[in-house]
Write a protein that binds this ligand. Structure first.
Ligand code: XMP
Length: 329
C-alpha cells in the first residue's frame, strides 16, 4: 500500500542513498497498486509532475500515459524539453497537445487578472478531460501532490483538488496515484536527481500555474507575450552564466501594457518597457530583492533592448514584499 500520511519521525530524504531507497519502495508500491492497468498523468513539466512521471515510467513503463498541454504560456524551450526528456530519452508514452491557439483565443481581450486565471484553469481542465475521454481502459490518475499541499489544504489555505478538479464523469473513473505525496519539495528534488532528471528540470525556480500569462499584465497579445518569453529566456541564460541559477529564489521579466518613446538608429520608437524582478524568500509571505551587480544590469539592458522586438527600455523592480507581491497580477 502507498503511504498516505507522512509517517511520524520519517527521516528527511537528504542523501542520494535515502532517495534511492525511497524510489525502490515506491516502485514496488506502484506496481502493487497499479498491476497491469493504465495510469494517466497531466505532465506540466514542473518538478513534481516530472518526478511522478519518472517514477511511474520506472514502475509501469508504457502503462503510463502522460499528457503535456502546451497552453502557450510556458517558458521558452519548456515543451521541447518535456518531449526530449520524457518521450525521446525515457521512452514515455507522451501525448503532446498543442492548445496554444485555443487558450490565446479565449484570453484575447480579457484584462481582469482573476478572470484570466479562471479561463486558464478551466480551459486546462477541459483540454485534459478531452484527452482523458479519448483514452480507453485507464483506471488510475497520477498527481504530483506534495506534503505542503496536504498541510495547506488541511489548514484551509489552499484548496487541494481531488482528481485535479476534473469533471465528475471522469474523476469517478479514476483511483488516485500520488507517489510524492509524503515528500517536501527539497525531497522531491533529491528523488528527481536520483532518477536522473536534468538539473535544470529538478532545480528550477517556482513557476505559477497561469505561467507567463500573469507576466503579461492586462489583456494578453501574442506579440507582447513573445516579448515576455524572449526576455525571460535572456534573463535565465544570464543568471545561469553568472552563477545565480539555483541561488536566487525566483527571477523573471514582466512586459506591461504601456508604451513609451525611445530612439533607435536615429528614429523614434514607441515600444514597451521590460521589467526585471529577482527575489529571495523562505516562505513567499515576505520577500527581499536580489541586488544585481552593475555589470550584470548593464549587460541585461543591452541584450534585452537589442534582442527583444518591441522593447525600448528596461526597468528593475527593487520592491520587497510587502508591499508588492511577487507577481504583477
Ligand atoms: P505572490 O505574487 O502571491 O506570489 O506574491 C507568491 C508565489 O506564488 C506564485 N504564484 C502562483 N503560483 N498559481 C501558482 O501556481 C498562481 O496563480 C500563482 N500566483 C503566484 C509566485 O510565482 C510566487 O512564487
Amino acid at each position: 500500500m502507498i503511504v498516505t500520511v507522512r509517517p511520524e519521525g520519517m527521516a528527511r530524504i537528504n542523501t542520494p542513498q535515502l532517495a534511492e531507497a525511497y524510489i525502490e519502495e515506491q516502485i514496488a508500491a506502484l506496481r502493487e497498486q497499479i498491476g497491469d492497468k493504465k495510469v494517466l498523468l497531466a505532465h506540466s513539466g514542473g518538478v513534481d509532475s516530472s518526478v511522478v512521471a519518472a517514477l511511474l515510467i520506472k514502475a509501469v513503463g508504457q502503462q503510463l500515459v502522460c499528457v503535456h498541454v502546451n497552453h502557450g504560456l510556458l517558458r521558452k524551450g519548456e515543451p521541447e524539453q518535456v518531449i526530449e526528456v520524457f518521450r525521446n530519452q525515457m521512452n514515455a508514452n507522451l501525448i503532446y497537445v498543442d492548445a496554444v491557439d485555443r487558450f490565446l483565443d479565449k484570453l484575447a481581450g480579457v484584462s481582469d487578472p482573476e478572470q484570466k486565471r479562471h479561463i486558464i484553469g478551466e480551459e486546462f481542465i477541459d483540454v485534459f478531460a478531452e484527452e482523458a475521454r479519448k483514452q480507453e481502459g485507464i483506471e488510475f490518475l497520477a498527481q504530483g501532490t506534495i506534503w505542503p499541499d496536504i498541510l495547506e489544504s488541511e489548514a484551509g489555505i489552499k484548496a487541494h483538488h481531488n482528481a485535479g478538479g476534473l469533471p465528475a464523469d471522469i474523476a469517478e473513473r479514476f483511483e488516485l496515484v500520488e507517489p510524492v505525496r509524503i515528500l517536501f519539495k527539497d525531497e522531491v528534488r533529491m528523488v528527481g536527481r536520483a532518477l536522473g532528471l536534468p538539473s535544470n528540470m529538478v532545480d528550477r525556480q517556482p513557476f505559477p500555474g497561469p505561467g507567463l500569462g500573469v507576466r503579461c499584465p492586462g489583456a494578453i497579445t501574442r506579440d507582447r507575450l513573445e516579448a515576455v518569453r524572449e526576455s525571460d529566456a535572456i534573463l535565465r541564460e544570464e543568471f545561469a552564466k553568472n552563477g545565480l541559477e539555483g541561488k536566487v529564489w525566483q527571477y523573471f521579466t514582466v512586459v506591461p501594457d504601456f508604451k513609451s518613446t525611445g530612439v533607435k538608429n536615429g528614429k523614434r520608437t514607441f515600444d514597451w518597457p521590460c521589467i526585471i524582478r529577482a527575489i529571495n524568500t523562505t516562505d513567499v509571505m515576505e520577500v527581499t530583492v536580489e541586488h544585481l551587480s552593475n555589470e550584470l544590469i548593464d549587460h541585461l539592458v543591452q541584450r534585452i533592448i537589442t534582442e527583444v522586438p518591441g522593447i525600448n527600455r528596461v526597468l528593475f523592480d527593487y520592491t520587497p514584499k510587502p508591499p508588492a507581491t511577487v507577481e504583477y497580477e
